[in-house]
Design a binder for this molecule. Sequence first.
Ligand SMILES: [Zn+2]
Length: 395
Amino acid sequence: MIRFFILFLLTTTLFSSMVERHRWTNGVTYLLFLQNHNLPVRDLYYNLDKDDQRLTEEMRAGVHYQILKDNNGTIEQILLPLNDELQIHIYKDKDSYKFEPIPIISTTKTEAFSTTITSSPMYNILKETGDKKLAQIFVASFKHSLNFKNDIRKGDRLVMIYDQKYRLGRPFSMPTLKVAMIEMNHKRHYIYLNDDGRYYDEKAHEVEGFLLARPVRGARISSYFTKRRWHPILHKWKAHLGVDYAARRGTPVVAAGSGRIIYAARMGTYGNLIKIRHNDGYETRYAHLKSFRRGIHRGKYVKKGQVIAYVGTTGRSTGPHLHFELRKRGRAINPLRVVQVTTKKLKGKKKKAFLRLKKNYDESVELHLNNHTSFKKLPPFENISYIHLMDADHG
Ligand SMILES: [Zn+2]
């Protein structure tokens, strides 16, 4: 299926169709998008099942998407990325249009750069890369351990090693930080991504970040987070953008972190839903609730661990469970990455494995410092270079 799709896009491109690249603008809904392009809302929205309809709500401002048109300007295909693994494929089929979620074909490259700090890490990473995301990720990674304001001296340097995904030859989605190194008054400070998906400093201590409590105590996880999953019975691609905790009806649900309740009411397939807004753009969602705890309502501030509701099976649900979601600036992320489960200090075998990883990372950092590795900028996007870029990535 994946191969089929690459060929499809390549061949249609060869027959002089045009691929346009656009940016999803703030405030545009999927339905509005269909209307703006005179696409049939019945086929492409109202006749879809509830899961597919839910997926259409995942379009985010700033995301790049593609429209393929024939010589007459008729839309032949549209690709709308929902996350970094799944996209909506709208395509013309004789006189009608079809909708299907399909996997995103992407390649991942490990990239790195080093730069000398003349002003602040934020300023110099932006100057070096022109990429706000990279600057934000770097600064956020040291947020709880270092204070950049006072201790940086002229000549201090930084190195960043990260994974960047590419789709159709262009970078997309959030880069994943692998190592961050910053000199402060010529002393080096590091943060490393370990194999367990968490970040540690050079002493193998976990870096304090945004940590969540388990929303239901002692519950079994019945379904994990996935950005895309093939459903063998329905024969289609789906996503599960949260974690399901199976628990008896009426089991207390606690706030996974402190924050303000911004929603506490029914919402479609979610059933009874609570949304809590936390610091740094994080939001948690608790769905299919039987009921809310007395006094829990929109606008109320709750503390981490405080009971807010009870497990139920309202909305689209097959049995009592809590569907728990974590979002960062609207984007669904795996809550288990930040749910506190283990001690925050690596020991024994795990520490040994980490130290081996760290040694490799340290050698890379040293190399990039000595080479003054600079950020590789891509040429600006042009429709014409489309095929070549795809060849380069997949050939
Ligand atoms: Zn769920």
